[in-house]
Design a protein around this ligand. Structure first.
Ligand SMILES: Cc1cc2nc3c(=O)[nH]c(=O)nc-3n(C[C@H](O)[C@H](O)[C@H](O)COP(=O)(O)OP(=O)(O)OC[C@H]3O[C@@H](n4cnc5c(N)ncnc54)[C@H](O)[C@@H]3O)c2cc1C
Length: 272
């Protein structure tokens, strides 16, 4: 296999590197200062002006959505072309988001491009591609080894005209970001299927759906002051069922059983 960089990759490497030098690295101190200020005022999750400014500049220079392969919506780079750009963007903690190339939005957008209905694309994919909203992905569960998706225990059950979602999730990155408007949730829809790789499905859930609420939080980078911590969120029937905030990231609290419902009107639209 030929691993040499294409001319297109080389040109983009130079352009991304220049953008990092001229805009991203010099903004890091201001970013952390802004986060500290937001934290001092009581909410480190407030979107920062620094990142929003960087996003506008990157978009103006067409350094935007570089992650999306083979799609009318993005740069259509192959993994081989995109990987060296990731390497450059990832040199700063604020790099990927500046280019609208940060997880979990990248993976979620790709899923919505490939499998989302026209309604889903309009409602969530397009604003995600414009960098106006954010998304989350809820697979990992506290009770099972979640690196193997076949272990996932949450249930997505069809009951009449509704889908009922029951389960406990954690490490749902970015779920508490106020811009986060949509969640891709993994659960079992066919637990008795003899093929264990066909038991799971993913359902698109609007974040403002009744029954969802913030749970205890934890942080992946506790010492850095970084706000993009990894928060747990569970589907909860009522606020009193939610666990209290956990003071120690290394000792997660237990979650109560929980349920939420997707209505008939949302059901068709939210499957992807
Ligand atoms: C920074 C960060 C962000 C994250 N963001 C998200 C997110 O947005 N959404 C989300 O759903 N999750 C998220 N996660 C969770 C992450 O995807 C899971 O932690 C990961 O999938 C591993 O699952 P686990 O923690 O249950 O570990 P486990 O599956 O228990 O694995 C622990 C160890 O055991 C090994 N192991 C597991 N099963 C076996 C086996 N059968 N045989 C031998 N070895 C085994 C694994 O290789 C690993 O070394 C995030 C995690 C981090 C650290």
């Amino acid at each position: 296999m030929d691993f040499a960089y294409s001319e297109r990759t080389k040109a983009l490497q130079a352009k991304v590197s220049r953008f990092m030098d001229e805009n991203v690295y010099p903004a890091e101190e201001r970013f952390f200062a802004e986060v500290q200020e937001n934290r001092r005022k009581g909410n480190p999750w407030v979107p920062t002006r620094v990142i929003e400014d960087l996003k506008q500049k990157a978009r103006a220079q067409e350094l935007w959505n570089l992650f999306l392969p083979e799609s009318e919506y993005g740069a259509s780079l192959s993994n081989l072309e995109y990987a060296p750009l990731c390497e450059i963007m990832g040199r700063s903690p604020i790099g990927p988001e500046a280019f609208n190339c940060s997880a979990p939005d990248t993976g979620n957008m790709e899923v919505l491009v490939r499998y989302g209905s026209p309604e889903i694309r309009k409602r969530w994919l397009e604003p995600l591609l414009r960098g106006e909203i954010r998304s989350a992905f809820a697979m990992t569960e506290p009770a099972v080894a979640s690196s193997d998706a076949t272990n996932i225990q949450a249930r997505i059950e069809r009951q009449g005209g509704e889908y009922v979602i029951s389960g406990r999730k954690w490490w749902t990155s970015g779920a508490n970001d106020p811009r986060c408007k949509v969640l891709i949730f993994m659960g079992k829809t066919d637990p008795n299927n003899p093929d264990r790789h066909r038991q799971q499905s993913m359902i698109v859930v609007p974040m403002d759906r009744a029954g969802w609420g913030p749970a205890a939080s934890t942080t992946a980078c506790a010492s850095s002051g970084w706000p993009s911590a990894h928060w747990r969120r569970c589907a909860a029937g009522r606020p009193s069922a939610w666990p209290s905030a956990n003071p120690s990231p290394s000792r997660p609290s237990r979650w109560s059983a929980s349920r939420t419902r997707a209505s008939r009107s949302t059901r068709r639209a939210f499957w992807c």
